[in-house]
Design a protein around this ligand. Structure first.
Ligand code: ATP
Ligand code: MG
Length: 255
């Protein structure tokens, strides 16, 4: 196994975002190393999803910059940003598949609409290949409501993967799943990273999982990254908030 390259694939510089009086991001500087698994953790409501949406251009920060390699995303026109979005895959928190479509149609959708692939054979081939890869072969004609919660999550990840993005964002992929299913999804994140060589950004409440699978962890609190580094470095942080959060998260495991 090769470790992640040091070069950041995504960088934010001094990101600010407020909603009225509510200051959510207050100068966020974060670097996501290429080909790494990078976890963004922090308390509920602290701005993890806002940070993620600001990075992918779904939300416009009030101030600051986002870089993808050598391109400043925050300086792009809408059209240019739309073109670059294909490098990013995302599975949203609470992401729903389209219930009115089959699994196959759900997966074909980005290929047709974003990549503008016309060939039915190519689309069907890519869908089948990916369903094999997530170990749910042959479920093209099933509808999302016929699947278990864990299967739906995996198909959601597959939909994010199908465009073969460079960076895959997972916003709370395991929330609401039992521990065994959570493990399956965490294993899937590892496989995406190791086998498909994609950078994975994992936004999660599952702190033990973040410490187990991430190469790098960034801890967001009150609008800033208050600890940042390898799991060992973050675990050794002397920031009280980080210490408490980690202690509580791991002690919950023992009950
Ligand atoms: N579109 C919006 N309009 C107004 N306020 C928003 C909007 N999106 C998020 N917020 C506010 O920004 C803050 C951060 O929300 P965010 O969803 O990023 O938290 P989070 O860290 O992802 O929480 P969780 O762990 O529960 O998912 C919250 O106070 C939320 O109410
Ligand atoms: Mg969130």
């Amino acid at each position: 196994m090769t470790g992640p390259a040091e070069k950041p694939v995504i960088r934010t510089k001094n990101l600010h975002k407020a909603f009225g009086e509510n200051i959510v991001l207050n100068g966020v500087n974060v670097e996501i190393p290429e080909k790494s698994i990078c976890a963004i953790i922090g308390q509920s409501g602290t701005g993890k999803s806002v940070l993620f949406k600001s990075i992918i251009g779904m939300m416009k920060p009030d101030q600051g910059q986002v870089w993808f390699k050598d391109t400043e995303l925050t300086a792009l026109e809408k059209k240019e940003m739309t073109d670059l979005r294909k490098y990013f895959g995302y599975s949203f928190q609470n992401a729903a598949l389209f219930d009115s479509m089959t699994v196959g149609e759900n997966l074909a959708f980005p290929l047709r609409e974003v990549l503008r692939i016309k060939s039915r054979e190519e689309i069907a081939g890519r869908v089948a290949e990916l369903l094999d890869w997530i170990e749910l072969p042959g479920i093209e004609s099933k509808r999302p409501d016929e699947l278990s919660g864990g299967m739906r999550k995996r198909v959601g990840v597959a939909r994010a993967l199908i465009m073969r993005p460079e960076v895959l964002f997972f916003d709370e992929p395991t929330t609401g799943l039992d521990p065994v299913l959570s493990e399956t999804i965490n294993d899937l994140v590892i496989r995406v990273n190791r086998e498909l060589r994609m950078t994975c950004v994992l936004i999660t409440h599952d702190i033990p999982a973040a410490f187990r699978i991430a190469d790098k962890i960034a801890f967001l609190d009150q609008g800033c990254i208050i600890a940042d580094g390898t799991p060992a470095e973050v675990a050794a942080s002397d920031h009280q908030m980080v210490k408490d959060f980690i202690r509580i998260s791991f002690s919950e495991l023992k009950v």
